[in-house]
Structures are given as structure tokens and as C-alpha cells.
Design a protein around this ligand. Structure first.
Ligand SMILES: C[S@@+](CC[C@H](N)C(=O)[O-])C[C@H]1O[C@@H](n2cnc3c(N)ncnc32)[C@H](O)[C@@H]1O
Length: 266
């Protein structure tokens, strides 16, 4: 608890990230990632293997953009930094563990940015959504973009905050969650280079006997194309979130998201 409070106070996060709750969410993710590290190891190994395949498949390796870089656990940073001329780690907040990992490489830079473009709307400074990925989509040197397990997280805080906004804003964005998920996938499909997507799509509550007690869609009803690999991510063992069940997420890896989307259009 003390470590969490210190992390909240000492992280160089923007006032916006503090006001929107992103810093608090990042600190609690860091704590959970530490407690559940044994359970998450297999998931992280799957993610690294998908990213390694994506790196191999890139003809040119100038800039790599990682969206939702967080604690930089899902992506093999050493490998990315040695393969690419430049690596940009983008997240709404970067805690010290990520900052220290980035500092080990001269060609890795951190960018603190809300990739949903909802911050100004939710803080009452704009009436619509921004397009925060546009500047990178038009950068021809980005040869690999990785969306690193952020898709299912992007809508959580904005939707929660929208509930507390005046009715006029809520009425203008009745489907904000779906819009954010669809918007992220649409933005990924606009990147001209290789796009690698790591995401979860469904949460299951599973009891000690393996019985599924409940299922939740994590992507606001937005369907995904068939992935290159699917696996179970044991997010919370029994006792972490609830005493009577574990939480298991269905996770997916797309080495080449453009190819997967065009197979679906097919
Ligand atoms: C499950 S974590 C991903 C973990 C990360 N890939 C890693 O390797 O540690 C989801 C990430 O999405 C980020 N995120 C949530 N909303 C965001 C937003 N609006 N803009 C940018 N990043 C966001 C969170 O800060 C968090 O780091």
C-alpha cells in the first residue's frame, strides 16, 4: 500500500492523467502484475512470441510504435530496441519501472498520450473526440505498430466518467465504449506499415472445479477477425479478485492485423 501511494505521488504523470484516474489505474495494474507475475508469465511469453514474429516479418525496421506500453511487460523491449532505429512507447501514463527500462536504450522514447482522444471531452475542454494517432499514421517511417493489450482497457475509464457527466454529453455519446474500441481498430487499419495486435476479448469467472460462473465481453460487442494465436490469460487466481473464482481472459495475437482484417473481408 505504501509503495502504491509513493508510486502515485512520485510518477511524473500529467494532471490530466491524475484527474481521469489513469494514474490510479496504472498503479493498481503495477501492483497486480507483481502479485500475479507467476500466473501472467505464460501470457507474456505468448505476447513476446507474437511480437517476435511481427519483427521478423518487417522488411524495413526504422520506427516501432508501441501503443499501451504500460509497464513494458508484454513486449520484448531489448529485442525491439536492437531491431529498430527508434522505438516509441506510448501510454497515457508510464510508471517508474517502464521509465527505467526505457532509459537503458538510447533509441527508446516515452510518449505520455491518451490514444483514445477522449480526455478533452471528458474534462469539459472539447465537444468531440480528437484523433491522437493521426500524426503517427502519417509518419512513413513507422514500420511496425504494436497495440499491446490496451484495446479492452481503453473504454473503461472514459465510460465510467461519462456516467457522471451532464445528460447532454451522455446523450451525444450513448455508445462511447463501442466507439472507442471501433475507433482504435479503425486507426490501426490506417497505419501503412505492419500492425501487430495483442488483445483480450472475453473475461470468464471460473471456480475451483473449472466451472464457468460468468462471461463478459470486453470489447463492447465489437468483433475481431480470426487471430494467428489464441490463449487463456489467467488474470487473477482464486483469492486475488474473489474468494470463490479465478478470472481468466481469452487473449489473441495478430502478427499482421491488416492480413487478418482482409481475410475476414475476404
Ligand atoms: C493491460 S495494460 C497493458 C500492459 C502493457 N502492454 C505492458 O506490457 O505492461 C493496458 C494499458 O493501457 C493503457 N491505457 C488505458 N487507457 C489508455 C489511453 N486512453 N491511452 C493510452 N493508454 C491507455 C493503460 O495505462 C495500461 O498501461
Amino acid at each position: 500500500m505504501l509503495a502504491e501511494v509513493l508510486s502515485w505521488c512520485l510518477t511524473p504523470a500529467s494532471l490530466d492523467a491524475r484527474r481521469t484516474g489513469h494514474l490510479t489505474a496504472a498503479v493498481s495494474l503495477w501492483s497486480r502484475a507483481f502479485r500475479c507475475r507467476a500466473d501472467w508469465a505464460e501470457h507474456e511469453a505468448h505476447c513476446h512470441a507474437i511480437v517476435a514474429r511481427a519483427i521478423e516479418s518487417c522488411e524495413r525496421r526504422r520506427t516501432c510504435l508501441v501503443l499501451g506500453s504500460g509497464l513494458v511487460r508484454d513486449v520484448p523491449l531489448d529485442r525491439l530496441a536492437s531491431a529498430f532505429e527508434k522505438v516509441l512507447l506510448v501510454d497515457v501514463v508510464h510508471l517508474w519501472p517502464a521509465r527505467l527500462k526505457a532509459r537503458r536504450h538510447a533509441n527508446v522514447a516515452l510518449v505520455d498520450r491518451d490514444v483514445t482522444g477522449t480526455t478533452d471531452l471528458l474534462l469539459g475542454r472539447a465537444t468531440g473526440l480528437a484523433d491522437p494517432l493521426a500524426r503517427w499514421i502519417s509518419d512513413p517511417t513507422i514500420d511496425l505498430t504494436i497495440s499491446a493489450n490496451c484495446l479492452s482497457q481503453l473504454a473503461l475509464l472514459p465510460v465510467e466518467r461519462l456516467e457522471r457527466q451532464p445528460g447532454s454529453i451522455r446523450r451525444r455519446f450513448p455508445d462511447l465504449g463501442r466507439r472507442i474500441v471501433e475507433g482504435h481498430l479503425a486507426a490501426l487499419s490506417r497505419f501503412p506499415g505492419r500492425v501487430c495486435l495483442l488483445t483480450d476479448s472475453e473475461g470468464r469467472d471460473v471456480d475451483a472445479a473449472g466451472v464457468v460462473l460468468d462471461r463478459r465481453d470486453l470489447l463492447s460487442g465489437v468483433p475481431l477477425p480470426a487471430a494467428d494465436e489464441d490463449w487463456d490469460w489467467r488474470l487473477a487466481p482464486i483469492g486475488e479478485w474473489a474468494d470463490d473464482h479465478a478470472i481468466v481472459h481469452r487473449a489473441h495475437g495478430f502478427v499482421d492485423f491488416h492480413a487478418a482484417a482482409s481475410r475476414r473481408r475476404g
